[in-house]
Design a protein around this ligand. Sequence first.
Ligand SMILES: CC(C)(COP(=O)(O)OP(=O)(O)OC[C@H]1O[C@@H](n2cnc3c(N)ncnc32)[C@H](O)[C@@H]1OP(=O)(O)O)[C@@H](O)C(=O)NCCC(=O)NCCS
Length: 444
Amino acid sequence: MSQEPGDGGQKSEVACTECALRSFDRWASGSDNRFAMSVEYRPLTADDLEQAVFVESTAFYNRPTPERVQQTREFFPPEWTVGAFVDGRLVADVRTIPMARRINGGATGFGAVGPVACVAAHRRQGHVGRLLRLALERMREQGMALSGLFTPHDALYARFGWERAEAKKQYQMRPSDIRLRIKGGPGTVEAVGPDDWRRLDALYRSYSERRNGPIHRAEVWWRQSVLMHWEAATGGRAPSDAYVWQSGTGVDEGYTVYHAQPLPRTARFVPWEVDVRDFVTLSSDAYLGLWRHLLTHDIATRLSNHMPLDDPFPDLVEDPRKVEVVRNEGPMIRIVDVERALGMRPYAGARPVSFTMRVTDATAPWNDGVWRIEAGEGMLRVARQDGEADLEMGAGTLAPLYTGYMRPDVAAGVGLLKVNRAEVIEEMSQAFAVTYPPFSNDWY
Ligand SMILES: CC(C)(COP(=O)(O)OP(=O)(O)OC[C@H]1O[C@@H](n2cnc3c(N)ncnc32)[C@H](O)[C@@H]1OP(=O)(O)O)[C@@H](O)C(=O)NCCC(=O)NCCS
């Protein structure tokens, strides 16, 4: 842990962290930065983590606390984050968590980007843009061929090649209003705790195997991100509830994870919302059984669940109008490395196809140029080629085509894809066929 000059190592670790965080405050206020001399963009070291917590906390209107420093040390190796240092002090940073994203029965290295932050006094000076480029270079070097992020600032990330490329539906309903029209087979619902994460993981793995979008989850992700939730009332984290569905013959066939939170008081009673974090089923009995379980929350004013776009739940209930369906955003995705991302993607099309495409990518120049795609026998082959291309697009358009969020004919119809040989649109549709619409319920 770094120390303030002059404290002689006498203070406790927490006190040191507090005074370091106060000195960052002076720096970030801009009063110290009038004579800035040098700017450096580089991965963080362990000594930079307190500054990172200060930058990230203040950018998102949170308080930088010693507990946050401790959490950052525990969960995020410093080299996952790249920082902009002005005269040696951190003013902006971008973190990339290495993960893997499933598609068509395979997995591709995936860099989950977040947080992205710059202290207010140093914004709009290009620091974050430089850091996003550096993060992309490092992802490519480390084999992360795809990247994703959640943001309210689409225009910022679209400049650098991320594009909206996944979506989900959010259902909202008052549980006591809803009756299922179909009754599944018998089974039981069993409460489980964080130490049962492997049981949930086994179900999640089976479910994710052929899907398009789920990320691979490690134990720490299960414990910290799935089975814990942010509690608005206390500003802390609290455990979620988790339940496994077992068939009549005692086989695990699904699970759900959720938590209940109070909504603003409207009259005499405090209304409650049950917010579902995960809903994963391997059989129709589990699907119906776990929905029946959620609908027993009759004291809740609102039940909220995110599901894939092709989920049919409202059509299975007696009065579909009582289920409000809101289209919800997924992450923006970027193809970090065209050759690797396509080369690792299993082929789900019906027949062998080939075509050429020109990708324009100023932010990641290693992707720029003409690529020949040949697809068949379960795989895609990708090679550079000279000359004219059948199709032309920017790097941003490739992401929604890759995930199956947008069809090539639709992209061509709205001017995102330039078609030089009309018959190849169908070839491209085959090459980019997906087993499922893109969906993941993780957030990063
Ligand atoms: C959003 C934020 C990270 C941008 O940092 P920054 O250092 O100002 O960004 P840059 O100066 O590198 O800007 C790069 C480009 O993106 C543009 N840009 C920056 N913020 C933008 C925004 N919120 N919306 C749209 N475009 C934006 C800039 O104009 C610039 O484009 P240009 O080169 O065409 O002029 C910073 O304002 C911040 O920390 N905000 C609070 C926390 C936050 O919202 N983080 C992001 C959550 S996803």
